[in-house]
Ligand binder design. Structure first.
Ligand code: PEP
Ligand code: MN
Length: 337
C-alpha cells in the first residue's frame, strides 16, 4: 500500500513511520517528491490491515495500490524516473539512441559501427557478447573476449555500453564491463536473474518477452525494483502474433500504455520488432512520435556477413540518415536527440 506522509516532515519523523511499517514485516520503499514523501509498504499488506497506520504521527493517508505491481506503478511515483548514467540522463527531455551490432564479432567490427553511430548522434553502444540464440548451433557470442572489445570501443568512443546478461552465473563478469545490463526478451521471466540484477543496483534494460502481456512485463520489472534497484528501462521489442511479413509485431501502443501505468523510461527496439532493416527507420520515427524515451537499434558495417541479425541491421549511412529524420520528429513532440 501507499503511505502518503504529511508535507514537510523532518527526517526523524519519516524514520519513525518507516520503522513502524517495518515492524509489521513489510519493506518500506521511499519516493521523495518536492513537498511530500510517499512510502510504499511492500509485502503482505494483510499484516497492516487492522492497524490504523493512518492515525500514526506524520501520516496523512494510507491507500491500497490496486495494481499487482507497486513500485514501478504511476500510483507509487507520479513523476518520471530519470536514470543517470555517466553524466547522461535517460527519461528526460533528450531521447537516447543505443546503437551497435547485434553480436560483438571482433575488435574492429565493433568500432566500425560504434564510430559512425556516435558521429551520427548515438549516445550508447550496444553489442551482445552472450547471445540467446534459438538454435544451439548458431553463433553464441564471444563471451568475455566480446566484453573486452566493447570496453575497448567505450574507451575509443566515450560511449557507455549496454550488453546482455543471459545467466545469473555470468552477472558479476558482465556487470564489471557494462554500464547498462540488458535482460533479453527470452529472460523476461527468469525470476532468479531479475532478482540478482535487482540486488546489484546497476541500470538495467528489461525487454518485453515474446508473448508477455504488459502486466506480466511490469511484474517482471517489479521483481527488480523490489530488490531496491529502480534504475530500470523498459523496452518493447515486438511480440509474437500470426503475422509473418515481419519477424515480430511491434506493439507501439505499448509506449503510451506503459507511460500511463509506470513512471519508468520506455524504449523501442524496431530492429527486433520488425526483423527488417527497411522498416527500422519508419518504426523508429513512429516510436519517437508516440513518446518513447529512446531507441535500441542494430547497426552493422557489413550486414551481409553479420553473425546474427544481419537482415535487420542498418548500415552506418542509413543509420545517419534516420538520425537526421528523428531530430525533426523529436523537435515536433518537444524532445531532442
Ligand atoms: C538483442 O538485443 O540482440 C536481443 C537478443 O534482443 P531480444 O532479447 O529482444 O530478442
Ligand atoms: Mn539481435
Amino acid at each position: 500500500m501507499i503511505v502518503v506522509l504529511k508535507p514537510y516532515l523532518k527526517p526523524e519523523e519519516i524514520k519513525k513511520v518507516i520503522e513502524r511499517i517495518e515492524s509489521f514485516g513489510l519493506r518500506a520503499h521511499i519516493s521523495e517528491g518536492k513537498e511530500r514523501t510517499i512510502v510504499g509498504a511492500i509485502g503482505d499488506e494483510r499484516l497492516l490491515a487492522d492497524q490504523s497506520l493512518e492515525s500514526f504521527p506524520g501520516v496523512e493517508k494510507v491507500l491500497p495500490i490496486l495494481k499487482p505491481y507497486k513500485l514501478v506503478s504511476r500510483e507509487f511515483q507520479q513523476h518520471n524516473t530519470i536514470i543517470e548514467i555517466g553524466g547522461l540522463e535517460i527519461g528526460g527531455k533528450k531521447i537516447h539512441v543505443m546503437a551497435g551490432p547485434c553480436s560483438v564479432e571482433s575488435r574492429d567490427q565493433v568500432l566500425e559501427s560504434a564510430l559512425p553511430a556516435k558521429q551520427a548522434g548515438a549516445t550508447f553502444l550496444r553489442g551482445g557478447a552472450f547471445k540467446p540464440r534459438t538454435s544451439p548451433y548458431s553463433f553464441q557470442g564471444l563471451g568475455e573476449e566480446g566484453l573486452d572489445y566493447l570496453a575497448h570501443a567505450r574507451k575509443v568512443t566515450g560511449m557507455p555500453i549496454i550488453t546482455e546478461v543471459l545467466d545469473p552465473r555470468d552477472l558479476d563478469l558482465v556487470a564489471r564491463y557494462s554500464d547498462v545490463l540488458q535482460v533479453g526478451a527470452r529472460n523476461m521471466q527468469n525470476f532468479k536473474l531479475l532478482t540478482e540484477v535487482g540486488k546489484l543496483g546497476k541500470p538495467v534494460m528489461l525487454k518485453r518477452g515474446l508473448s508477455a502481456t504488459i502486466q506480466e512485463f511490469l511484474l517482471s520489472a517489479e521483481y527488480i525494483a523490489a530488490e531496491g534497484n529502480r534504475k530500470i528501462i523498459l523496452c518493447e521489442r515486438g511480440i509474437r502474433t500470426y503475422e509473418t511479413e515481419t519477424r515480430n509485431t511491434l506493439d507501439l501502443s505499448a509506449v503510451p500504455v506503459l507511460k500511463q501505468l509506470s513512471h519508468l523510461p520506455v524504449f523501442i527496439d524496431p530492429s527486433h520488432g520488425t526483423g527488417r532493416w527497411d522498416l527500422v527507420a519508419p518504426m523508429a520515427l513512429a516510436a519517437v512520435a508516440a513518446g518513447a524515451d529512446g531507441l535500441l537499434i542494430e547497426v552493422h558495417s557489413n550486414p551481409e556477413v553479420a553473425l546474427s541479425d544481419g537482415p535487420q541491421s542498418l548500415k552506418p549511412k542509413k543509420f545517419a540518415a534516420m538520425m537526421e529524420d528523428l531530430k525533426r520528429v523529436a523537435a515536433a513532440v518537444g524532445r531532442e536527440i
